[in-house]
Write a protein that binds this ligand. Structure first.
Ligand SMILES: Nc1ncnc2c1ncn2[C@@H]1O[C@H](COP(=O)(O)OP(=O)(O)OP(=O)(O)O)[C@@H](O)[C@H]1O
Length: 268
């Protein structure tokens, strides 16, 4: 399968307030993601996951190294990448339909086609019946489905998801995980998904990249090899538990180190 995204020696630093030093958030990230792959990034708090996604989204430029999308350096945001954040970022004064159409307005899709396409993507996330509702009339899970529909409606190549289900209750999260896998299989998009949840990573990812504590580096990449047809409840199988434990073990030391870093930062 062809490579869709390449992180090639990517590093990123931020200025530290009141100091001439800089904080190294990411260091020497090398990672290739294939066209159509579902890649998950996990790592301790503050290790640079969101920074990595922002760089891929083109919201900022890496301090070192380069990021290639379809072989071309990322030089800014583009409609080839859809982003879904933890917070829904929906426009409160627009209906679900209006929110999905909003993404299409910027891309110059004619009005009638916008309405049709928004309808189609609301159907894809099972929300056609709620097209006329405003965000305050929707549950958290529904809002996040609208956000996913909005990102998919302008047909990006790549879907970037930064802890999109973190604010949801456990049942809603699991049903959205199923829905996302179904959408991914149906659309063939490349997905880069950030999470704190090990179960979520194993359930969703074809590969899970585990990052170190700050500065974030790739510690290990775990291939998730599950026979999803074999069990109704895949999360309770021994294979699932084995993958879960492998990632947990890789993360454990990094989380301890990240907590120490946090304590040092508070007492500095
Ligand atoms: N604009 C900024 N200016 C200065 N420091 C920043 C900035 N953005 C992020 N950082 C720092 O860079 C490091 C990485 O942050 P980032 O948000 O990418 O981590 P993360 O892994 O996504 O964390 P979490 O899992 O808690 O969301 C943190 O130490 C953070 O404080």
């Amino acid at each position: 399968m062809s490579t869709k995204i390449s992180f090639d020696g990517v590093g990123h630093t931020f200025p530290i307030r009141g100091s001439h030093d800089r904080l190294t958030a990411l260091e020497d990230i090398d990672l290739d993601i294939a066209d159509g792959e579902f890649a998950v990034l996990v790592g301790p708090s503050g290790c640079g996951k969101s920074t990595l996604l922002d760089l891929l989204a083109g919201l900022s430029a890496p301090s070192s190294g380069r990021i290639l999308l379809n072989g071309e350096p990322v030089s800014g945001p583009g409609v080839d990448r859809g982003i879904v954040f933890q917070q829904y970022a929906l426009l409160p004064w627009r209906t679900a339909q209006g929110n999905v159409e909003f993404g299409l307005e910027a891309t110059g899709v004619p009005k009638r086609e916008r309405a049709e396409r928004a309808r189609e993507y609301l159907e894809l996330v099972d929300l056609a019946a709620f097209a006329d509702r405003h965000p305050h009339e929707l549950s958290g899970g529904m809002k996040q489905r609208v956000a996913i529909a909005r990102s998919l409606a302008y047909d990006p190549d790549v879907l970037l998801m930064d802890e999109p289900f973190a604010a949801l209750d456990a049942q809603t999260r699991e049903s959205l995980q199923d829905e996302l896998r179904r959408i991914w299989r149906r659309t063939g998009k490349t997905v880069v998904f950030i999470t704190h949840g090990i179960d979520e990573a194993v359930y969703l990812g074809q590969r899970v990249a585990v990052l170190t504590s700050r500065p974030g580096r790739i510690k290990s990449i775990v291939e998730v090899d599950l026979d999803r047809e074999a069990a109704d409840d895949i999360r309770s199988t021994p294979e699932f538990a084995q993958h879960r434990h492998e990632i947990w073990s890789l993360l454990h030391d990094e989380v301890v180190r990240a907590q120490e870093q946090e304590k040092e930062a508070v007492s500095a």
